[in-house]
Design a protein around this ligand. Sequence first.
Ligand SMILES: [Zn+2]
Length: 546
Amino acid sequence: MSFLNRINYHALLLSALFLTASSVTGALNYTVAPTDTLYGLSRLYEVPLNWIIRANNLESEIIRPGQNIEIPVNGIHSLEVRPGDTLSALSMEFNVSQEELRRINNLDTESLKIGQQLKVPSPVPAGTYRVLPGDTLLAIAFHFGLTVDKLRMYNNMNGDVIHPAQLLIVKAPRPEGHEVGSGESLWTIAQRYGLAMSDLIDWNALAGNVIHPGEILALYPGLDRSGILPEPRITLAALPDRRPLKPENIPRPDIPRNGEYYFSYPVKKDQPNDSYWESPDAPAAVDYRRSRQVLELFQTETRTLPALSTALKGWHIVIDPGHGGLDPGAIVTVADGNGNPVVITEDEYAYDISMRLHSTLIRHGASVSMTILSPDHHIRNGVDARQTFVHRKNEVYNGASHNENAGWRPVGTIEGLDLRKIIAESEIRSTPSSQKHKGTLFISIHADNTPDLPAGTAVLFDGETDSEANRSRDLASALAPYLGSGSFIRRQPLRVLKNNPADAAVLVEARNINYASNAWALRSSELREQDALMIANGILAWAKSR
Ligand SMILES: [Zn+2]
């Protein structure tokens, strides 16, 4: 068994976090104590006895004090096929279906070869992690792309105390909130999420059983209901000329959809390597019409959500999702907990953060427009830690005339960058003055890969003239304090920020994915939501200060 790649990744993780004593990993390297038995360890970590024996090439169950053994606790491990092994026997022995074994090993035959390495998942239930000695809550949260608060919330715990062999829930067992639909009762909602009605009443400080359509209910204790953003409820059925898709046509039978797609699904379930991309399946003009349709639905839906404030009424904000179309932006490869490569493409994530920001700004009363649109997605929640957004080149510039003339897709050339400003100018011009009389902003969202910059969020500004640079510097200074520790502002020559039509323009590098920790964090939908909320809070502070 080789865990070398996992150890390498782990070393990377540690150096990125400056942690010294954590070991979030799949296997426990264990030194046998005098009172230990293999059976006892197998019971404690709930790993089949046979598996520990096979993982360590032991002859029997007898172990001696001081002996080092490996216990494959979490994740996927491999074992060597021995004479007599069959898929059905291994399936029973390790309590995993034959289909699952075939899937994770890419097997298209029943027969196994002696000496072949076969991957077998550990017996922890999906979405859970079994704590190993030396683990900390922070390291586990980081490993699974969560905040410590979220990890506590999922596990209904308060402090930081965890103990080895404890099973932690590391994937949201349910959404944070539920928007009451017509015809729903407290009872049907409790049933749906497997909760007690009394808990729902308690967590939401309800006076009784009466709830109203449109009301948002917290599905965990200790949540501020006004801060819960329900998922957008745009459905495929709401789009009249969508391509008919049947779930069985999606080539990933065991994995739920990777967030919301509208007109077509990617062929791959996640980005397989740094050079892979998928072509658009329609001309730019068609993708533009589709994108507008999805955007309008998204904005309409967002407006049906409860307003968060009116602080941004009179402000028009142009969001410029970095890259897209032919230009993927940065592409980096990091490793997951099993040492498998995870490939992250900047433009897909920048778009996701942009849409999250978009929704929040509208709910604070702003009028919002976009420079780049996607026919396929708005807000996507990653399904599991392995699953990344596929690089699809189907984004379009948000301009009818550009696309109707068999236009070209977004591209990182001078013309391409200037087009973003031209679109911003036209969006600002066509906005009624009641929606822009307080001011206009241009926010470009990126996640760059820059080795010579620190890991914190960068707010970049520039300007053709001193006065333009100063206005944008003011905005950058207002945003930075809200963007987490280590955030900084910096003047950098950026074409999209020079001669920009907005009153102030900045480019936010939400994550510097040159740092493995940031690259890993970027694929967490919760952290992207947090990034978007932080930018929104900065904009709120700016508006308040005017
Ligand atoms: Zn970028």
